[in-house]
Design a protein around this ligand. Sequence first.
Ligand SMILES: Cc1cc2nc3c(=O)[nH]c(=O)nc-3n(C[C@H](O)[C@H](O)[C@H](O)COP(=O)(O)O)c2cc1C
Length: 139
Amino acid sequence: MQLTRLIYASTISDELSVEEIKSIVKAARQGNPASGLTGLLYFNRRYFLQCLEGARTEVNDTFHRIQKDKRHKNIVILEYNEITERIFPDWSMGYLPESNTTQTVYMRFANNPIFNPYLMRGKSALGLVKALKETLSTK
Ligand SMILES: Cc1cc2nc3c(=O)[nH]c(=O)nc-3n(C[C@H](O)[C@H](O)[C@H](O)COP(=O)(O)O)c2cc1C
């Protein structure tokens, strides 16, 4: 089965609390290992940026489920590709809230200082995700 990577942006629903974000990550970490999915969930107060990688059918099935989730909206695919290698082989779902460190990483790939994934090119979003991995690894 083809290995694929999908990166999307979405907007956090108005009523979403920190606890709810934690429960999303928990659900992802519980569900993803059985499907062989790995990836990263990055967010600030307004937006999610998620990278999902794994078998094409599993990435698609999970993404369809995620799209129906009322905890976010305006879901836009930024990048979708067949790949030969995962970025996150060790992470069923890396969880990364915005911080001063991640903001500096973001500035490498963006022309605006406030994180907004909708303004990013697919290739820049991919570059960001790869660079954020280094932040995860050193935590
Ligand atoms: C931003 C966001 C990211 C999510 N990421 C995942 C994920 O990586 N894997 C997963 O199984 N569910 C993820 N979920 C949760 C799914 O949307 C869904 O609630 C969960 O898979 C349970 O689906 P079910 O109730 O249809 O069984 C995510 C939800 C949101 C809002």
